[in-house]
Design a protein around this ligand. Structure first.
Ligand code: HEM
Length: 155
C-alpha cells in the first residue's frame, strides 16, 4: 500500500493535479464523460441481455460495447489521475476501496462475457442463460460503482 501511495504521489507531482486546481476540474469532467459513455453503453447492452430490450441486433450491441469499453478506459485513466491528487486519503477510504473492488468484479464479468462471445459467437451468447446472468450482474455492478464513486465525497 505504501509503495502504491508513493507511486501515485509521484504521478500527482508529474501531472500537477492538485485538489481545487483547474486541472483537477478538467480531469474530473473527463472522468464523468467516461462514466457517461460506459454506463450509457453498457446498460443498454445489459437490458438486451436480460431480455428487457429486444430491438438491439448484434451490430448495435457491438457498437454499444465499443462505446462502453472506450468509456471504461477513459474513466479508469482519469480515475487514477484523480487519486494522485491525494493518494493517502483515498487509499484509507473504505468507500473508495469498495468502489475499486466492485469495478474489479464488473471488469471480470465483462472479460468473461467477452471470452464467451469469442468462443461461441456474440449472437449465441446474447440469447443464452450465461448472457442473461452476465447482463444481470453487470446491471448491478456498474451502477453500484457509480453510486460508490459519488458517495466518496460524503465520507
Ligand atoms: C480505477 C478506476 C477508478 C478510479 C481510481 C476512480 C477514482 C475516482 C476518484 C478519486 C474520484 C473523486 C472522488 C471524490 O473525492 O469525490 C472519483 C469520482 C467518481 N467516480 Fe471514479 N474512479 C474510477 C472509475 C470509476 C468508474 C468505472 C465509475 C462509474 C462506474 C466511477 C464513478 C465515479 C463517480 C460517479 C464519481 C463522482 C464524480 C463527482 O461527483 O464529481 N469511477 N473517482
Amino acid at each position: 500500500m505504501e509503495t502504491l501511495g508513493a507511486l501515485l504521489s509521484g504521478l500527482g507531482a508529474i501531472t500537477g493535479v492538485a485538489l481545487s486546481s483547474p486541472r483537477y476540474a478538467a480531469v474530473s469532467a473527463l472522468h464523468i464523460a467516461g462514466i457517461a459513455f460506459l454506463i450509457g453503453g453498457i446498460v443498454l447492452v445489459d437490458l438486451r441481455l436480460v431480455g428487457l430490450v429486444r430491438s438491439l441486433d448484434t451490430a448495435a450491441v457491438r457498437l454499444l460495447r465499443r462505446l462502453a469499453r472506450s468509456g471504461a478506459v477513459l474513466a479508469i485513466a482519469t480515475g487514477i489521475v484523480l487519486v494522485s491528487a491525494r493518494p493517502d486519503e483515498y487509499l484509507a477510504n473504505r468507500v473508495f476501496l469498495a468502489k475499486l473492488a466492485v469495478i474489479a468484479l464488473a471488469l471480470a464479468n465483462a472479460a468473461l462475457f467477452e471470452w464467451l462471445a469469442r468462443r461461441r459467437s456474440l449472437q449465441t451468447v446474447l440469447d443464452s442463460s450465461a448472457g442473461r446472468l452476465a447482463g444481470a450482474l453487470s446491471l448491478v455492478l456498474w451502477p453500484a460503482a457509480l453510486a460508490l464513486g459519488r458517495w466518496i465525497a460524503f465520507v
